[in-house]
Every structure is written in C-alpha cells, then in structure tokens.
Design a protein around this ligand. Structure first.
Ligand code: NAD
Length: 315
C-alpha cells in the first residue's frame, strides 16, 4: 500500500516514520523546504519522550510537489485543520481513482474540507491519542502513546478499513475500527474544547487546569456547552461523561503543554476556529448559545493576532 502523507509536521513525521517499517513505501509532502530537505538527507529521527532513546527511520522520501510523490493508495492528511481544504486542493496530484483519504486531525470540518475536492466515499476518518512535538527539521519527539481509532463515514466495516487498520497495527500504531466515527470526532473535539483554549490563554500545562477552581469551572462549562450542542445535533458520543473524561485527560497529560499553547507561544496560527469556534457555529445552527466558548474563542483570537505576554502600548 503506497502511502502519501500531506503535512510532514509533528504527526505526519511520526506516522510516516512508523508506517515506513510496515513494508509500505511512504512519501511525505510539505510546503516547508527545510523539512523536505532534512528528511531526504537523513530520514526522520523519533525521540521517545519517556526513555529519551532516539531511533532513525531512513526509508522515507519527502517532496514539496505532489506530482513527484504521485498517486497514493492511502493519503493521510496531517496539516492543521484550518488548512485541510487548501492542502487537499494543492496536493490533488496524489489522489487517483482508487485513493483512500484518511483524516486523523483534531477539530471539526476536516471531512467536509476534504470533500470539497473528493467524493465522500473515498474518505475515512478517525482520531489519534498519539502525541508528537517537532524538535526541528527531521526530528520529532514521540510524547503520549495511545490508540488510533478509524472508521468508514457510514459505519460499515469494509475490506479497506480492515486493511488500513492491519497496516497501522503492523507498524506498531495500535489501531481499532469504530462504527461511530462522528461520535469519535466529537469525543476528541470536546476534550480539545475543554483543554486547548484555556491552557493557551493562561499559559499553564494541562494538569494545572484541575488545580485552580476558576479554570476547572471554565473547563467544565465549555465542555458542557459542547455536549449540549452535540446532543441537539443528534451526535452519539462514545464517552458517557465528557466533562469527567476531559478532567481525566488533563490528569493523564498533566505536564504537557497543549498544542494550542505551543502555537500561541511560537506566534503560529491555532486551530481555535475548528475547536471552540466549531461549537459556536454548530450551536448557532441548532439554536444553542455557547457563551463560554464564545469568550474562549475571542481571547485566543486576540492572542493569535497580538501575541502572548508582550508589553503593549500604554503599559
Ligand atoms: P504541525 O503544524 O506540526 O504540522 C503540520 C504540517 O503541515 C507543517 O509542517 C506544515 O508546513 C504542513 N503544511 C501546511 N500546509 C500544507 C500544504 N498545503 N501542503 C503540505 N503541507 C502543508 O501540526 P501537527 O501537530 O502535526 O498536527 C496536525 C494535526 O494533527 C492537527 O489537526 C492536530 O490538532 C492533530 N493532532 C496533533 C497531535 C500532536 O500531538 N501534535 C495529536 C493529535 C492530533
């Protein structure tokens, strides 16, 4: 199975490295020239966050031009969710008649973004509990290890979904198949709704959200709004109590800096519009207000535009 990964950042590099061990040719695509060059010169090095051990994965090629990678059997989209539609459009040379496209990205709207260019029948989706941080060109730190869960959009268990799950498992990426992909995406969305914006605004690691009453209350309120919107939309969540689950994730990833906090600190755009912003849009569509998410959305948008912690005029 020829694999092309669109977006060779933290997650694209991690999945690319692991999948290259499963007898599948892996090609990475990125718009970042230093990353493409580093991968072609030295492959990808994955540093294990727990042990500190580093492992090299040399059998990977990277390109900035999709035509050079050619048509994939499986294309995996790993750009930030705000860029999904554009990245699929710009890299359309990898999509042939037989290509299956997988999104494991966070946020809402990735399937829809891919479907602007490709028929929905070619798309499969899921979530990942793996965690990765890019250390520099060609180097990634593998943080939290967890399951990848994938499924067909209509919930059927097809040969292709089984083949992708088999491949991932052979590559050491523990993977399960779900019949409720929409619920999965919302389960993960609600965790991100509770953790990402609050950590980005306050600058605290995930675990600290539980240690401060004010923050713990906001976390619960933001997730509860999201849960209400999901219910009104008829989304069947797999997680029975999303607020408790989000607290558990905070505790389990206590020392981690969320990706949104990392983005704000690095002056990069965040996925706020696809996370808390998605709750606002989806809520408005079903007549549910989400005032806590509205405030979180506005504050992160302010930080995106103005940077965190910089002295401002008049101060
Ligand atoms: P990242 O910013 O490290 O990587 C994204 C890469 O996409 C960048 O290298 C960027 O140059 C590239 N890119 C942007 N536009 C492109 C285009 N048009 N064509 C090709 N490449 C393009 O992001 P990440 O941390 O790897 O996250 C990717 C997705 O996975 C996000 O939705 C994120 O929320 C999700 N996710 C991340 C983690 C994590 O631990 N990092 C965990 C679970 C889910």
């Amino acid at each position: 199975m020829k694999i092309v990964i669109i977006g060779a950042g933290a997650m694209g590099s991690l999945y690319g490295a692991k999948l290259s061990t499963a007898e599948a040719p892996v090609y990475l695509l990125d718009v970042w020239p230093e990353q493409v060059r580093a991968i072609n010169e030295g492959g990808i090095t994955v540093e294990d966050a727990a042990s500190g051990a580093a492992e090299a994965y040399p059998k990977i090629r990277a390109f900035s031009d999709a035509a050079e990678a050619g048509e994939a059997d499986l294309a995996i989209v790993f750009v930030k969710s705000t860029l999904t539609a554009r990245a699929v459009r710009e890299n359309r040379a990898v999509f042939g008649e037989h290509t299956t496209v997988l999104t494991l990205q966070n946020g809402l709207g990735n399937v829809e973004g891919i479907a602007e260019t490709l028929p929905r029948g070619r798309i499969i989706a899921g979530t990942t509990a793996q965690g990765a941080t890019l250390l520099g060109p060609g180097r990634v730190r593998h943080g939290g290890k967890g399951k990848t869960v994938i499924g067909e959009l209509d919930g059927s268990v097809t040969e292709r979904i089984k083949a992708v799950a088999d491949l991932f498992n052979r590559a050491g990426l523990e993977t399960e198949i779900s019949a409720n992909v929409e619920g999965l995406i919302w389960d993960k969305l609600l965790v991100n709704v509770g953790i990402n914006a609050l950590t980005a605004i306050t600058g605290v690691p995930n675990g600290e959200l539980l240690l401060h009453e004010e923050l713990a209350e906001l976390l619960a309120a933001a997730v509860a709004e999201g849960e209400q919107v999901a219910g009104a939309k008829g989304v069947k969540l797999n997680i029975p109590d999303p607020v408790s689950h989000t607290r558990e994730v905070c505790a389990a990833t206590g020392k981690n800096r969320s990706s949104m906090l990392q983005d704000i600190l690095a002056g990069r755009p965040t996925e706020i519009d696809r996370i808390n912003g998605a709750i606002l849009r989806e809520g408005a569509a079903v007549g549910i207000a989400a005032p806590v998410n509205a405030v979180l959305h506005k504050l992160v948008t302010f930080l995106e535009k103005n940077g965190a912690g910089k002295p401002r005029r008049g101060m």
